[in-house]
Write a protein that binds this ligand. Structure first.
Ligand SMILES: C[S@@+](CC[C@H](N)C(=O)[O-])C[C@H]1O[C@@H](n2cnc3c(N)ncnc32)[C@H](O)[C@@H]1O
Length: 254
């Protein structure tokens, strides 16, 4: 999958995607992340890319011409017209479903705003999707673009070493992921739950499901939709509810 990022700060993007899982996926040719410097497309002799807002007000606004020309150039590299995502606090808030949806694309162009934002006319002209990473305002679209690239790329086949890890984690279904443990077996007087060392796969799976449901009740009850549960999930969910006490992940037995 191809990500093409239109930005005033291309090094922010190039540096961040050169590490860890994304860096390996790019080296293996499974994804490519290209950062296009909008400033290089400015026709202004001083390479200005922003100006004062018409109507007054604080700050500067990114001008349409350099963005449009950068987009036109980037678009030529795609076999079919790609989605153009403007990272914006006004957009749909990114979640796992949107990431999964975008991972079906062959490639996307991401537009990062800066300063007070971007001239509305170029947004109207080229943008197909507006996506926010949360209800807060950042100084620029580069960090949101990186968040989106990371969330989308790990849904692309072959990016995660272990294909099953994206399928079991939080937000892959209705429940958050169960707690994870690794060596040592005892840490600061706290042992790893005995069941995980039992080698009994069915019991471990049931324990993990119970922990997932308990963690979701405790941390994100808004995600729970009883009508979408399997019979087994509903039985465990009701048992936890009937215990009558505040669900605490540590205390829940399978
Ligand atoms: C300071 S913000 C502009 C905010 C704009 N004046 C407004 O109130 O909607 C500058 C740029 O940062 C990016 N940005 C800021 N917060 C964001 C968020 N929560 N999600 C995605 N992008 C964001 C956008 O690209 C935006 O154009």
């Amino acid at each position: 999958m191809r990500f093409c990022v239109l930005t005033l700060f291309p090094e922010m993007i190039r540096n961040a995607v050169s590490y860890s899982v994304l860096g390996r996926a790019a080296a293996a040719g499974i994804i490519s992340v290209e950062a296009v410097d909008i400033r290089e497309y400015s026709r202004d002799k001083h390479k200005h890319v922003d100006d004062y807002p018409f109507g007054g007000g604080a700050g500067m606004v990114m001008q349409p011409q350099p963005i449009y020309d950068a987009y036109e150039d980037a678009r030529r590299g795609f076999a079919k017209p790609p989605k153009v995502v403007y990272l914006s606090p006004q957009g749909r808030v990114l979640n796992q479903e949107i990431a999964r949806e975008l991972a079906q694309e062959e490639g996307i162009i991401l537009l990062c705003g800066h300063y007070e934002g971007v001239d509305q006319r170029v947004l109207d002209e080229i943008v197909t999707d507006e996506i926010s990473i949360g209800d807060f305002v950042l100084t620029g679209g580069e960090l949101p673009a990186l968040v989106l690239i990371d969330a989308v790329a790990r849904m692309v086949d072959g990016v995660l070493g272990n294909e099953s890890s994206a399928g079991e984690e939080s937000f892959s279904g209705m429940f958050l992921e169960y707690p994870q443990y690794t060596r040592p077996r005892e840490y600061h007087g706290m042992p790893v739950p005995e069941i995980l060392m039992s080698g009994h796969h069915a019991n471990i799976a049931k324990w993990r499901l119970t922990q997932s449901i308990a963690a979701t009740i405790q941390k994100r009850p808004d995600l729970i939709e009883p009508e979408r549960m399997t019979e087994e999930e509903r039985r465990i969910y009701e048992k936890i509810q009937q215990e009558g006490e505040e669900p605490r992940v540590k205390s829940v037995e399978p």
